[in-house]
Design a protein around this ligand. Structure first.
Ligand SMILES: [Zn+2]
Ligand SMILES: [Zn+2]
Length: 365
């Protein structure tokens, strides 16, 4: 008589070994592909990405204007859930919801300890995701220097409320901070793309008395007003420099913010600056940038020109989340369109062509 045998087969918890990710292969060549899920080394973490977006910088990469190596997963604005922790990453649990900044400083090198977290290890060294290591447009993401970079998301905030803090809010708001904008200052913000809109919000948060934005796109003009611009000048309709001079009684503004990265906007920002004022530059320039001597008082105007790359690290993210939590910053309306990772190609097209009133796209892996 056959004996009934009960077999207990240990069922190994099924963890995915491969994931979908957007891989850059060269100018105008990107594809969603299956790649290995990363494994965290000591001090590292792997998060499952729940929400990310596309940055203007990704468009530059796609066009070949900013070189990255073929085979790289791009994207640098991740929100997710901790999937696996490497050894030594104390203070976190698998399952914690986290926001990670676009810039992931080590927190230990001379640059970081001098306060220049974005320049970690050397020029632009803090920008690692989608630049020197695999990025966030993927199902999973390896986070280096995890203890310096995983910012836990408070339960009362949604992914949508925090995703834009990783880059555009941190960068945009930094313009007024780097300029040391004082309460009651007059500020002009050149260009109201996602970063410029956040620069307008930053000028308001820092206490500017009057904020003049420069923009021609109707959707962005409305959004600029919503973010705190008192006056929006359309560069296609008025002489922006003359108008800003008039609005400031011929003096010029205390702080001029450049948020596009072109010679004309940089030059106009300088031309509307009062003597002793600060030009705070966020733009990424290519080729040569010229300083017109008449606008620069031949070098005798006590002008200050400061540049800032997106401040990163978990403390920066925590502070930005505090602004959102308490109703002082709301960027959720910027997420005008939503796509899955499979459809990210369409998202790049829409965002790149600035069709259909797009400001930022939500990508849900
Ligand atoms: Zn970016
Ligand atoms: Zn560092």
């Amino acid at each position: 008589m056959p004996t009934a045998i009960s077999l207990t087969i240990p069922i190994e918890k099924k963890t995915a070994k491969t994931m979908k990710a957007l891989v850059f292969h060269g100018p105008n060549q990107i594809a969603v592909e299956s790649v290995p899920v990363p494994k965290p080394g000591p001090g590292e973490a792997v998060i499952r990405v729940t929400l990310t977006t596309i940055c203007g910088t990704d468009l530059h990469i796609l066009k070949g204007e900013y070189p990255v190596r073929p085979g790289l997963v791009i994207g640098h604005e991740p929100v997710g859930v901790i999937h696996e922790l490497g050894v030594g990453v104390s203070g976190y649990q698998v399952g914690d919801r986290v926001l990670v900044g676009a810039i992931t400083p080590c927190g230990q090198c001379n640059f970081c300890l001098s306060g220049n977290l974005a320049q970690c290890g050397g020029a632009i060294g803090g920008w690692k995701f989608g630049n020197t290591i695999n990025g966030a447009q993927a199902e999973y993401l390896l986070v280096p220097h995890a203890r310096a970079n995983l910012a836990k998301i408070p339960d009362d905030l949604t992914d949508e409320q925090v995703v834009l803090l990783a880059d555009i809010a941190s960068t945009g708001i930094s313009a007024a901070e780097s300029a040391n904008l004082q309460i009651g200052d007059t500020a002009a913000v050149f260009a109201q793309g996602p970063i410029g809109l956040c620069a307008t919000a930053g000028a308001k948060l820092k206490g500017a008395g009057l904020i003049i934005a420069v923009e021609s796109d109707p959707v962005r003009i409305r959004m600029a007003q919503r973010m705190g611009a008192d006056i929006v000048l359309n560069q296609n309709e008025v002489d922006v420099v003359a108008e800003i001079r008039k609005l400031t009684g011929g003096v010029g503004v205390d702080v001029a913010i450049e948020a596009l990265g072109t010679q004309p906007t940089f030059e106009n920002a300088l031309r509307v600056l009062r003597p002793g004022g600060t030009l705070s530059s966020l733009g990424v320039y290519s080729g040569k940038l010229m300083v017109p001597l008449d606008a620069f008082a031949a070098g005798l105007g006590d002008h200050k020109i400061v540049t800032t790359l997106c401040p990163g690290g978990k403390e920066r993210m925590r502070r930005l989340m505090e602004l959102v939590r308490h109703g002082r910053l709301d960027l959720a309306p910027f997420l005008t369109h939503s796509f899955t990772l499979d459809n990210i190609g369409e998202a790049y097209k829409l965002f790149g062509e600035r069709r259909d009133g797009v400001i930022k796209v939500a990508i849900r892996p």
